[in-house]
Ligand binder design. Structure first.
Ligand SMILES: Cc1nn(C)c(C)c1/N=N/c1ccc(/C=C/C(=O)NO)cc1
Ligand SMILES: [Zn+2]
Length: 371
């Protein structure tokens, strides 16, 4: 039987993102305090509640997250970063992941370790065959965290920690990370850039965040040359662009690399309602991407597919995007229609435009170097 593992923990809903909206409050710059930071955990808690309220949770196998250990973290981060996070977490009001705009509260290191540990548990359960695939609704996210610093709301790189665990502890030889979060997966690129054991594919809005990375020319170094694959997309892309990018770049790259495990950096900030990017995906579009990766995983990795929650900042719409993906993973329909589809579908985004095709065709040429 095909069963889907699911990870959630109450603490993922307790991250303290402070009282700023994106920048911290400041009377000098007249940035007012606000109830919810763009990265407030309620957005992901609402996804968990929709999974529960729709009944989908009854078709999922709950997997309990365990905190990652220091050894788990040090496979991809340097000790200075780990020690700084623990030190700042001990401060009365917590600290920052590393870029000055990624706050966490007192004791926040515990939640960050639980997020990384949730990613590890999901990979362990899938590789052990306990479940066919898994969705880890973890928080805080990880894909911007680099070896020596946190960044973009990310403290530890959950996906990189899980991939390193799969290679160094489970003995896998080839792991692919597919990052469909709308922002560049700079963290895994920084951490695995010189390794052919991890193929890192990122499809993202061109120069959205970080604004200085994610270009096609960034392809990895040494042994790793060719195993970093960046697919920057022009703003305004929807399912037309994403489907074409997956069909002509992502899936051919996976078929060439034949990973033993596919990890998805699953952010929903490419959605049409997201405040931190300018793409036009809807829940059905994400369902389609999940379907494509499941079919490819069945072909190359014995179906082994682990989705890890990354970004996604619309508390209204992330729940419907996540429900669509997890229904697809589980092969279950709860009959919950996305009530926003009629309104959002009228806004466009489904056609593949010429300038999008041109950008994607340039990335498709890079697949030839993957063996
Ligand atoms: C504010 C501010 N001020 N400055 C100087 C900088 C660098 C600022 N960060 N902006 C950000 C931070 C994070 C994201 C997206 C995260 C995500 O969802 N990744 O998946 C986007 C913009
Ligand atoms: Zn993002």
């Amino acid at each position: 039987t095909s069963n889907t593992g699911y990870i959630w923990n109450t603490l993922y809903g307790w991250t303290d993102t402070g009282s700023g909206g994106l920048l911290p409050p400041s009377v000098e710059s007249l940035t007012q305090p606000i109830g919810h930071h763009v990265a407030h955990p309620d957005t992901k808690r609402r996804l968990h509640e929709l999974i529960s309220a729709s009944g989908l949770i009854d078709s999922l196998e709950q997997i309990d997250a365990q905190p990652a250990t220091e050894a788990d973290v040090l496979r991809v981060h340097d000790k200075a970063h780990y020690d700084r996070i623990l030190a700042e977490s001990a401060l009365p009001k917590g600290g920052d992941a590393g870029d000055g705009v990624s706050p966490f509260g007192h004791g926040g290191h515990q939640i960050a370790l639980l997020a990384a540990g949730g990613a590890i548990e999901a990979v362990r359960a899938v590789v052990a065959g306990q479940v066919s695939n898994a969705y880890a609704l973890i928080n805080p996210p990880g894909h911007h965290a680099e070896r020596s610093t946190g960044r973009g709301f990310c403290t530890f790189n959950n996906g990189a920690i899980a991939a390193a665990y799969a290679v160094e502890v489970l003995g896998l030889k080839r792991v692919a990370i597919v990052d469909w979060d709308v922002h560049h997966g700079n963290g895994a690129q920084d951490i695995f850039g010189d390794s052919a054991e991890v193929l890192n594919i990122s499809v993202h809005q061109d120069r959205c965040f970080p604004s200085d990375s994610g270009f096609r020319e960034e392809r990895g170094a040494g042994e790793g040359h060719g195993y970093t694959l960046n697919v920057p997309l022009p703003p305004g892309g929807g399912s037309g662009a994403y489907d074409y990018a997956f069909d002509t770049v992502v899936l051919p790259a996976l078929r060439a690399y034949k990973p033993e495990l596919i990890i998805v950096a699953s952010g929903f900030d490419a959605s049409i309602m997201d405040p931190l990017a300018r793409m036009m995906m809807r829940s059905e579009g994400f369902r389609g991407l999940a379907r494509k990766l499941m079919d490819c995983a069945a072909e190359v990795s014995q179906g082994r597919l682990v989705c890890l929650q990354e970004g996604g900042y619309s508390p209204i719409y992330v729940p419907f995007c996540g429900l669509a993906v997890i229904e697809e993973l589980a092969g279950v329909s709860t009959g919950t229609a996305d009530a926003y589809t009629p309104i959002l579908g009228a806004m466009g985004g489904d056609a593949l435009l010429d300038h999008e095709r041109d950008a994607i065709d340039l990335a498709a040429a890079l697949v030839a170097d993957i063996r």
